[in-house]
Design a protein around this ligand. Sequence first.
Ligand SMILES: O=C(CO)COP(=O)(O)O
Length: 138
Amino acid sequence: MKIALIAHDEKKKDMIQFTTAYSPILKSHQLYATGTTGALISKKTGLPVHKVKSGPLGGDQQIGAKVANNEIDIVIFFKDPLTAQPHEPDISALMRLCDVYLIPLATNMATAEVMVKGLEHGDLSWREIVKEQEGNDI
Ligand SMILES: O=C(CO)COP(=O)(O)O
């Protein structure tokens, strides 16, 4: 599965804790991240991460484009609800695309834990079927 990992600055510590704790599961998947989040994850956990640009510089939009192209299966986005973000429209656009394309989106650690445990149990394998079907439609 292709998993996008994104964290606002106030949530980056949480993201490191989360990816460290779940690295035994995450290491079997392809990880994508916005620039700063991705650099931190790979430095602190050793997990390989495909990085796009930093969020405020277009990274959220790049992840959104991957969602629209069916190239991301899960989005884990630790949003900071207490700080205004200059690129709020990009954040909303990414979340909107997750809803348009039925991509599981966790916006906090509590939901992300349920999602990753579900991933381990095969609860998200329907994504493989969706991808196969879309491949046949082309
Ligand atoms: O701002 C972000 C998401 O909206 C995250 O971007 P960075 O990972 O580059 O800090």
